[in-house]
Design a protein around this ligand. Sequence first.
Ligand SMILES: [Zn+2]
Length: 586
Amino acid sequence: MAKIAQEEIDRILDATDIVEIVSDRVPLKKVGRNFKACCPFHNEKTPSFIVSPEKQIFHCFGCGAGGNAIGFLMKQDNMDFPEAVEFLARKAGIDISRFTREQGDSDSLFKKLYELNKLAATFFQNTLRSDTGKKALEYLKKRGVDNEILSMFRIGYAQDSWDALIKHCRAKKVEQGLLGKAGLTVPSAKDAGEYDRFRGRIVFPIFNEKGEVSAFGARVMDDSLPKYLNSPETIVYNKSNVLYGLNFAKKAIREMGYVIIVEGYMDVILPVQYGVLNIVATSGTALTPKQIRTLKKYADTAVVLFDPDQAGETVSLRGLDILIEEGMKVRLATLPEGDDPDSFVKKNGKDGFLKIIDQAKDLLTYKLDLLVKRKGSRDIEGIIKEMLPTISKVENLVIQSEYLTQLAERLGIHEASLRAEMKKVKPDYAYQSERDDDQQRSETKFKLSELHLLGLAISSRKLFDRIEEAVGIENFDDENIKNAMMLVKEIFSKGAEEIVPGKLISRSGQDEAVKEAILQASTKTHITKDQEKVLDDCIAYIRKENRGKTLKELAAKLRVAQEKNDQTEMKKLIVNINKIHKEKVA
Ligand SMILES: [Zn+2]
């Protein structure tokens, strides 16, 4: 999409109230000047998610998420930047069509691809119901899929032809080159032509959260390989974002409070047919953090149900740690040997299926059982080595402690020695608390002072001017804070008297670190009545630290000059050093 001018984004943000946008999606409670809620982006019981109408930003003190209205929509509704801007523009009644049209057509390409995918899905569906699709339909019927579900999931058949879809689209006057962009055709190696990607396969449209067809998955009906063939990534399909079936399942997931995660298309389709509605599939990929964050919008508990074969176990083990890191409560369910979710639900119905879900083991117990099975119970060291990193990712320390007790018990070892091992697993925490403690403290204080100054600079032009004079923006040590200060300077130089942080954030472009600095400056630094004093203190501290740094550098140079007996250089350095010492007194 072509770039929308910053002035236009400012105009849209001026017409937007972040409180309204957020409260449409998260119930907010007014507390003082702000609004509070339990954070939609991490799992919590006490609210640490704040929306500031004054600053037009949201911020979570728990997980650190934050940004302006655009950022909120991107995170909460999985929009990309242009989509979020367009959404807000529409809501505010601002016409930005001239931008979206000018813009290399990439915005309309979205629409065109969704439309083409819809057209292709219908074509495949019709093929399934035609003579050509007879065998495929029989196959699906034999696997137990009924008509209603076939229509709901828009399952179709791609006939065994090099150009059936190409011809159909030509007849429908689909723009040239679009099929390739949608990943529906493959360029021919021999000539400039292209041919249908999906041939002789049952086709499953893959829907986005809104229910639009963004890609296709296709499987063979015999033993030929590859068993599954998927659309490549396109501008409307990013496979690490998509969860198959989520468009249908989201309501049920919210109602039931948990989501069942399975592997394949059929693993979703049949349980749904039997009435298990809160179910989605990763469609072959390992679970990604992005998928988990998407699911967390609907529930905080997941039951992972994978095939009991080795492949399934590997996939689930890889996904486990990510689930924990993302703060999802995870349980694992295993089906009897030889069953997969689709065959199991056919034999045992909804109740049988839910029984398996009820018996799901807690994640760490599952992992431990699996390790014992694989390594044998004598390889205690090997088991500990794989268990501790997982346990260390559990944020809740009480739960973490319980796990350690359990693990010690199961392995028949002393809890104390396990806890000692545990300490070794966390080099990152140890690093922060023990190493270079003093230096780190002063670095943190220095950065905090710079952040305070940025916060003050944003709040008023007068304060910005004083900071610029006393410290000089080019002297800011932290690159990101410095860049944020440059943005502030730019806005004030155009005559603004004050700056809304939410708008400033939209100027940081794609630079997350600069955005983060602005956010921290406007939230973590509590600037109260005594702005002047905070300002003076911070300036004094930064100047003192900078002087100290310069003195150290000069002293080092002086030592070198003395070694070389370079008299001129020595004199020059001593003059400089004295000058700085005098400044200190002043
Ligand atoms: Zn949070």
